[in-house]
Design a protein around this ligand. Structure first.
Ligand code: HEC
Length: 118
């Protein structure tokens, strides 16, 4: 009799588990990219790009989410241009037009020279 109760318990867990896991994932659709690498090795990038990475991209794009999000997201060049504008227009983004333009150049460069080559 006792083992029957055990089996019912185990069955209930087996049924509930995948639902719990899925619900957790749905809470944050960026969970996967956000857990990826948080830095880019820019040591072989042109000096100008290294400067943007350090002074603009790393500082401005990690305020509301981790830097891993843009680092592990792929977009076409024109999509990056639009997307940086979108991020800039968010309330309290702290991103001015000048650094937005620099960050666009960096993301397009990085897309072509790192992400697209993977
Ligand atoms: C003011 C807060 C804020 C700042 C600053 C910010 N983001 Fe975001 N970002 C968000 C939010 C909120 C989302 C979730 C989607 C949305 O609301 O647009 C997001 C989502 C994203 C995504 C996922 C988009 C997709 O299509 O999967 C990328 C990539 C991204 N941001 C890049 C950047 C970059 C690059 C910068 C720096 C220029 C930046 N973010 C700065 C708030 C911010």
């Amino acid at each position: 009799m006792k083992s029957r109760i055990w089996w019912i318990g185990i069955l209930a867990i087996a049924v509930a588990m995948p639902r719990l896991v899925r619900a957790g994932g749905a809470d944050n659709k960026y969970a996967k990219v956000d857990k990826g690498p948080k830095t880019i090795d820019v040591s072989k990038y042109p000096k100008e790009m290294q400067g943007i990475y350090k002074n603009d991209f790393s500082k401005k794009c990690s305020k509301c989410h981790t830097l891993a999000r843009p680092i592990n997201t792929n977009k076409k060049p024109d999509e990056w241009n639009k997307y940086v504008d979108k991020m800039m227009k968010k309330p309290n983004s702290g991103i001015d037009k000048k650094s937005a333009e620099k960050i666009k150049d960096f993301l397009v460069y990085d897309q072509k020279n790192r992400k697209d080559k993977k």
